[in-house]
Design a protein around this ligand. Structure first.
Ligand code: OAK
Length: 805
């Protein structure tokens, strides 16, 4: 849109006055933020309405991305950027003597997700709008987001994240679009005179699902899509017998986000949440469709529904329910429609994260849905036992072992199933969904994850963005593949120096931020070595920690090495004791290193509390090294690896998830690979001959490091150090930390050496930035659009540099 600075100033002052009856000089940053957000929203309103109208008029096929998590990050700056008015607004604010960054920082992060899965969902929302695809989100409006993490005496403490305290100016309550979701009770099936089955519900608990819509603004294209977040409320005519307690129980459904990202949170409330937003979404999609169509026959040509991991997998029986019970479609036709509409992405191979529900709980809470799942199960068995045998079908039918098995249900009820990086997609076929792959090989495919360079470079890394503009023009802002132009400057000494200078500037900024937030002074000339992601044993923050202890001991012995600052950001699930123990030890090591004058000139460790999207925007531009060191075969894809690469950080990685894609993109010389491969690890599993103790006994450096966990050298970690020591040695080191220790150290030594040659380092950084464009989520959603959803996006063109399995 077009907006001059002068126009903006007038409208902004006007909005502030209307809202606060005060001149802008008297307003707090929070108030200025509110005024600016509302003004921005007013700019979004028309294109939002127009987009909706156009989709309806043109009968555009629409995608509905169902996800129990969304992690959009702050929206003000990204909305201004995408509207194309960020520069004018910033100039206007500056003219008013205001600080744009301060105002942007007043926005609370909507923490409606745990990690990768939620962030990916939001990247896809941004990407779908930006490529002009009709893509809607469907999720939950949690009143409290992921907990706020604090450290007390080095221990993680979880505080409530009251993110809506000051309101959420981006949402629009649509009470006219509310639907009712039914729980519990029992169902009666009664044949009606017209021959249809009538389904009569008795004694149900009804919940009103009220949607709150959030605009998803496309980049410079006038498209505004919709993210619909559902809130649970008491039914409007609940009657005089409706108690406060009942009301409270309903409100609970959308009160908190489960702070577990790789665990199957087996709680009834979680099941309620899943059905709540799934049913509400399906009902509202069908209702909207039926306003302009008098039958459901063409539904699958207009609607694609994507199931983001299994949390919304009930979309399958729920759509069957609506088609059959409300729309009177027969089973076969309903199943044909459902299969055509649904697709499913798996985001983890960890067995503890595969969702299953006890049949008792499931059937009690969702009696009608359970009947439908039983029928899906019955028909599946009928169809495939003859060819594949009872034993195999028993293993993978939706019902088995007294459980509803959501990944199997999702696979059976979808026409497409994908993993999120080639290795992951292969392992799905080989292990977790192997039997289903035998039956439905054509459904399986890979869609490598992506990120949005708009947020990570254009907003997060302004110095780099400006440098790129100067050198290769601004085309990369529209089409990130244009970053490849950078290759032309691989020998441009001036440019390489500029690249390093940009990184140095970002590091100084981060150093300031660290000082402000945790009151620690860090040396901006150190190597910034970053590991930012959820805390999980398989992600092996512990391996990084053992590396730090090795460096500590080496420095104590008098070894000189370039100074390294290790930066961690990670939340541990509140119930995940081992992960929390690692945090405690990490913090203790940080203190130990910091208080040792012999060591602190060469080594520093900072664990930043409360890592989230906004913090990532500060850390990533300053990173020199990106630690992606999961046990091979465990990390489905990873996406921080892509973000850090796009900021020119060198990846220190195992051959896992999308690290393999990064390696293929940049070439072996521009990434630091170490450790066991997935095949080697599978070999250990098969033979059963991994003995972690052998590594401990053979390698004196490892020996010394592990002993530090239990010999009292690190103050205050008696219990935690012992537990970790035991996990590694007595319980045989489930994640092969000890096996990879030596090669991890060697890789680090190579990086230390490389850092002595700034120009060579800059060349490698350049290649990483240049090749990061392929990981733009714009391309990822276009692949989904072409190959899974069958919607036709317009711009920009994919170059076909696909990374399919
Ligand atoms: C969360 C809950 C259940 C299952 C998986 C997750 C999850 O966040 N998985 C992560 O998804 C990301 C996006 O696909 C991947 O990049 C991560 O590797 C994966 O752990």
């Amino acid at each position: 849109m077009a907006l001059t600075k002068e126009q903006f100033i007038t409208e902004f002052k006007d909005m502030a006055l209307k809202l606060y009856a005060a001149p802008i000089e008297d307003l707090s940053s929070q108030q200025l933020y509110q005024a600016l957000a509302l003004l921005t929203r007013s700019y979004i309103a028309q294109p939002w309405a127009d987009t909706k109208e156009r989709y309806d008029e043109e009968e555009t096929k629409q995608v509905f991305y169902f996800s129990i998590e969304f992690l959009p990050g702050r929206l003000l700056q990204s909305n201004l950027l995408n509207l194309g008015i960020l520069d004018e607004v910033e100039a206007g604010l500056e003219e008013l003597d205001l600080h744009p960054q301060k105002i942007f920082a007043a926005e609370a992060d909507p923490g409606l997700g745990n990690g990768g899965l939620g962030r990916l969902a939001s990247a896809f929302m941004d990407a779908m709008a930006s490529v002009g695809m009709a893509g809607n989100g469907n999720g939950i409006r949690y009143q409290y987001g992921l907990f706020k993490q604090a450290f007390v005496n080095g221990y993680q403490v979880e505080l409530p994240d009251d993110w809506m305290r000051n309101g959420f100016p981006w949402e629009t309550r649509k009470e006219n679009r509310a639907v009712t979701v039914k729980f519990g009770g029992w169902v009666e099936l009664r044949p009606s005179r017209s021959g249809h089955l009538r389904v009569i519900y008795h004694n149900t608990d009804d919940v009103l699902a009220v949607p709150y819509d959030v605009a998803m603004v496309g980049y410079h294209n006038g498209v505004v899509n919709n993210l619909r977040l559902w809130s649970a409320e008491a039914p409007i005519n609940a009657g005089p017998h409706f108690t406060l307690e009942q009301r409270e129980r309903i409100n609970q459904i959308t009160q908190i986000l489960y702070p577990d990202d790789s665990d199957n949170a087996g709680k009834e409330l979680r099941l309620r949440q899943e059905y709540f937003f799934t049913s509400a979404g399906i009902q509202s999609i069908v209702r909207h469709y039926r306003r302009t169509h008098n039958s459901m026959a063409g539904f699958a040509d207009r609607v694609a529904i994507h199931i983001n991991d299994t949390h919304p997998a009930m979309a399958i029986p729920e759509l069957m329910r609506v088609l059959m019970d409300d729309e009177h479609v027969g089973w076969d036709e309903a199943w044909r429609i459902t299969l055509k509409v649904m697709s499913y992405t798996n985001h983890t191979l960890l067995s503890e994260a595969l969702e299953v529900w006890p049949i008792d709980m499931f059937s009690g809470l969702l009696p009608r849905i359970y009947q439908i799942v039983q029928e899906i199960d019955r028909r599946f068995r009928l169809a495939f036992v003859p060819q594949f045998g009872q034993a195999m079908i028993d293993r993978i039918a939706p019902l088995g072992n007294g459980q509803v098995r959501m990944a199997y249900l999702a696979t059976i009820g979808s026409h497409a199933v994908n993993g999120v990086a080639p290795l992951h997609s292969e392992l799905l076929k080989k292990d977790v969904l192997h039997d289903l792959f035998q039956i439905f090989p054509e459904r399986f495919n890979n869609k490598t994850n992506g990120i949005t360079p708009r947020r990570w470079i254009q907003i997060g890394d302004r110095p780099l963005a400006h440098l790129l503009d100067k050198k290769i023009g601004t085309a990369w802002r529209q089409n990130p593949l244009a970053l490849r132009k950078l290759h032309d400057y691989i020998d441009d000494t001036r440019f390489l120096a500029d690249l390093n200078a940009t990184k140095a500037e970002n590091k100084r900024e981060l150093a300031k931020y660290i000082d402000q937030t945790v009151h620690v002074k860090v040396d901006p000339d150190a190597i910034f070595d970053v590991q930012i992601k959820r805390l999980h044993a398989y992600k092996r923050q512990l391996l990084h920690l053992l590396g730090i202890l090795d460096a500590y001991l080496a420095i104590k012995r008098g070894e000189k090495r370039p100074k390294r600052l290790h930066i961690f950001g990670a939340k541990a699930a509140p119930s995940y004791v081992y992960a929390k123990e690692i945090i405690k030890v990490m913090n203790a090591v940080a203190d130990m290193v910091d208080s040792d004058p012999e060591v602190s000139p060469y080594l520093q460790v900072v664990f930043l509390p409360n890592y989230g999207v906004s913090m990532a925007e500060k850390i990533i531009p300053a990173a020199d090294i990106s630690e992606q060191i999961s046990t091979a075969g465990k990390e489905a894809s990873g996406t921080s690896n892509m973000k850090l690469m796009s900021a020119g950080a060198l990846t220190l990685a195992t051959l896992d998830g999308a690290n393999i894609e990064i390696k293929n993109a940049v070439g072996d010389d521009n990434i630091e690979i170490f450790g066991l491969t997935e095949k080697e690890i599978a070999g250990y599993y098969q033979r059963g001959d991994y003995r972690s103790r052998d590594f401990y006994e053979k390698d004196p450096r490892l020996h010394a490091v592990l002993d530090m966990l239990v010999n009292g050298k690190i103050p205050g970690i008696e219990t935690e150090g012992r537990d970790i020591y035991n996990a590694l040695l007595m319980y045989n080191d489930e994640y092969f930390v000890l096996a990879d220790f030596e090669s991890y150290l060697a890789a680090n030594a190579r990086l230390d050496k490389l850092y002595q040659q700034p120009e060579l380092w800059a060349k490698k950084a350049l290649v990483n930035i240049a090749e990061s464009g392929r990981f733009s989520a714009d391309f990822t959603v276009q692949r989904y659009g072409r190959e899974i959803w069958h919607v036709i996006p317009q711009t920009p063109e994919d170059d076909g540099s696909d990374t399919e399995a």
